[in-house]
Design a protein around this ligand. Sequence first.
Ligand code: G4P
Length: 523
Amino acid sequence: MLEKEIARRRTFAIISHPDAGKTTLTEKLLLFGGAIHVAGAVKSNKIKKTATSDFMEIERQRGISVATSVMAFEYGGVKINILDTPGHEDFAEDTYRTLTAVDSVIIVIDGAKGVETQTRRLMNVCRMRNTPVMVFVNKLDRPCKDPFDLLDEIEEELKIAVRPLAFPIASGPDFKGVYNIYRENISLFKTIDRQTVAESETLTIDSPELDNYIAPYTNRLKDDLTLVEGVYEPFNKEEYLAGRLAPVFFGSAVNNFGVKDLLDCFIEIAPPPHSSQTETREVVPQEPKMTGFVFKIHANMDPNHRDRIAFLKICSGVFERNVPYLHVRSGKQIKFSAPHAFLAEKQSLVEASYPGDIVGLHDTGNFKIGDTFTSGEKLKFTGIPSFAPELFRYIENADPEKYKQLAKGVDQLMDEGVAQLFTSTLNGRKIIGTVGALQFEVIQYRLEHEYNAKCRWEPVNVHKACWIESDNAAQLADFKKRKYTNMALDKHGRDVFLADTSYALQMAQEKFPDIRFKFTSEF
Ligand code: G4P
């Protein structure tokens, strides 16, 4: 039973540069799964560029992102869990952490724009973890770059070998359809009254009537396919599963064209839940005892109900309602009477969840990102990264009577992974570090509205924070003494070097060769 449930699960994320079509593709996938029935049901999870200081927009976004954090549906006997990632680059850290909870990724690329910055960055994270990726080149109904150029660009920019499993027949106003290399048939692109009709599963490259449909591109397609077979090795699933080879599909998400080809191939080749590393041993999904970790915490938007939802990724065994589990960090046994599964558009009570599934747990402020739950074993999952922030400000209390509220608010927001807190060794002042500028506004707003506390930001000259470690205790002590004014502690009491310029960081690295300067740490 457990084995069977594991084998039929696919947990993944869709990543893209904003506007490439992630929301649209997600929605089409949900329509296939019958999880939603009308287009437009999935709200775009992005903050419009003009809305940087529009807090209602941020709040609205948080509302949406609870609802769309995890979208589960069944398709072709497979249980699919899509984990949503925020589109705005200031929330990239959230995305990085979500990527620790998936078994594979689909990357959406705008066929006219090619590979964009955000995609490149997110791919770096996938590469670090050898996550298998599939690529969907979107918007073929618009004039796009040459498909071979796009494939080269993906290979170069994303540093991964590619293998087209579909190939487009022209693009823009001339777009005729897509040849499915995997299934060896053609889907024709037609829009009638703005409705797309994908046609003809029976049409193959040798069909005599092909010309009637795709002229004047018939010979071009034949040449292109010959070239594809000449240039690319046959598709190798092992290479894909090892994160070294990306199968590529082409289509138009908004027209629901090419999406089914992608989905059908995805459920066939994408990996089921894999094993997870802990500090002491590897955990295999098939182990009967439950283990899981929290990769995301979401605060309730209603200030009168300050409870939060912790997102638990099940790594092994079966998670059951009303069964006590060990919260490893506190040593307490906790049982959950109302764990939630996430089905698109609604949350529902869940009796049993399997590896690969995400369960929503109610939290009154006791859980942190990275927390492990088990059936009793003291384990700690590793590899949930916290990235070196790049923007820094001193946080000051702007209302002396609300000191406690401020401390609590800051503490809880840090547990949610909104930003990172450092305490200067020099003067004990608190420094908040973030990956995006928007976070400072979000923190200030949320402190005021959720915790009734006021804060003020003051500039601090920090270029980069990095965690330092060394086996050479004398050198480490010497470094800390010399760099006394630039040292701080993170929330776990670990040493952090706050370099004020990139030059200072470079000099420090050269002068203290036994010290490891780390740009990511673990929760
Ligand atoms: P994102 O989540 O990656 O940010 O992108 P999203 O799906 O919101 O899509 C961004 C825009 O691109 C949307 O238009 C969407 O309709 C459009 N789009 C998505 N897929 C295709 C496609 O295959 N072809 C074409 N031509 N456009 C596509 P918008 O004007 O920003 O929003 P809307 O008013 O259409 O919803």
